[in-house]
Design a protein around this ligand. Structure first.
Ligand code: C2E
Ligand code: MG
Ligand code: MG
Ligand code: MG
Length: 279
């Protein structure tokens, strides 16, 4: 598959984005045009159940296929999309594509596979989000229980009635809720005790150093135990080495994803990858 654009072009792009509000405006115009011209694309990274080695699902990850720069990573444009509101139409496109891909996977016989979609804070509180999600699930005949929404702690921590109502609504309808990048923010994880959250996702920063020292191991063990005590699932992201995986297993981690298994895959390579995948 294609790689993300080179560091040079990314740096060029990022520098440009840091510039002035006029540049921001221009880039936002380009983002909007990019959506019209179909320049966005979703990649999918497999998630694996640690106890069985079976594929449990895929995380949808967006890229911008810019005509001059090439494939642009989401870290570069999602923050801008979030601050300008462009994340709302882009997010709707992402949700629709992911759910459609899920219905395609089901038609090829893949059973009990989940699709995880990242939802940014502004997107999460947008008034149309629940209706849009339910309508799209119905349109493609996909059960809500096949969809997992990855939200960040900054969303979950907000003592906001809208947020709580939404979490409850999604949960009642059977949609799974995962806390992405767990432990990297200002973790006031008191929200875990009464929010309908189903999964904690351990951030790659913890996994990177997991096998380096005792303290890193203790931290990850603490997160996994916390999830277990609260009867939540726990998934590790950014697993790159067999040593990391062995340790995560030993600590009781339920699911994992990372380059060790696969990089995020272009949409049209998923089925082939699933057929070839051996644990
Ligand atoms: P995230 O949701 O925490 O996604 C995990 C990131 O880690 C992804 O980067 C993924 O490609 C990368 N990754 C996975 N396994 C490994 C590994 O083993 N090693 C390393 N070094 N990296 C790994 P990506 O795709 O560049 O996405 C970055 C962030 O952009 C995501 O972090 C998420 O916050 C955001 N993002 C991506 N797609 C979307 C989207 O569709 N909507 C929204 N709102 N945000 C998105
Ligand atoms: Mg994520
Ligand atoms: Mg994450
Ligand atoms: Mg992350």
């Amino acid at each position: 598959g294609k790689e993300l654009s080179s560091r040079n072009s990314l740096t060029y792009f990022t520098d440009e984005m840091k510039d002035t509000s006029r540049d921001h405006f221009e880039i936002e115009m380009n983002l909007r045009k990019g959506l019209e011209l179909n320049q966005f694309t979703l990649y999918y990274q497999p998630q694996i159940k640690a106890s069985t080695g079976m594929v449990s699902g895929f995380e949808a990850l967006v890229r911008w296929n810019h005509p001059e720069i090439g494939l642009v990573a989401p870290d570069v444009f999602i923050p801008l999309a979030e601050s300008t509101g462009f994340i709302v139409p882009l997010g709707e496109w992402i949700i629709e594509q992911s759910i459609r891909k899920m219905s395609e996977l089901e038609q090829t016989g893949a059973e009990n596979i989940m699709i995880s979609v990242n939802i940014s804070p502004r997107q999460f509180i947008h008034e149309n989000l629940p209706e849009m999600i339910f309508r799209t699930l119905a349109l493609y005949n996909v059960a809500p229980s096949r969809l997992c929404l990855e939200i960040t702690e900054s969303v979950a921590m907000e003592e906001n009635t809208l947020v709580i109502e939404r979490l409850n609504l999604f949960s009642e309808k059977g949609i799974r809720l995962s806390i992405d990048d767990f432990g990297t923010g200002f973790s006031a994880f008191v929200y875990l005790q009464d929010y309908p959250v189903h999964e904690i996702k351990i951030d790659r920063e913890f996994i990177k150093v997991l096998t380096d020292n005792k303290k890193s191991k203790a931290l990850v063990k603490t997160i996994i135990d916390l999830a277990g005590n609260l009867e939540l699932s726990v998934i590790a992201e950014g697993v790159e080495t067999p040593a990391q995986l062995d340790l995560l297993r030993e600590l009781g981690c339920d699911y994992f994803q990372g380059y060790l298994i696969s990089r995020p895959l272009p949409s049209d390579e998923l089925e082939k990858w699933m057929n070839q995948f051996e644990y």
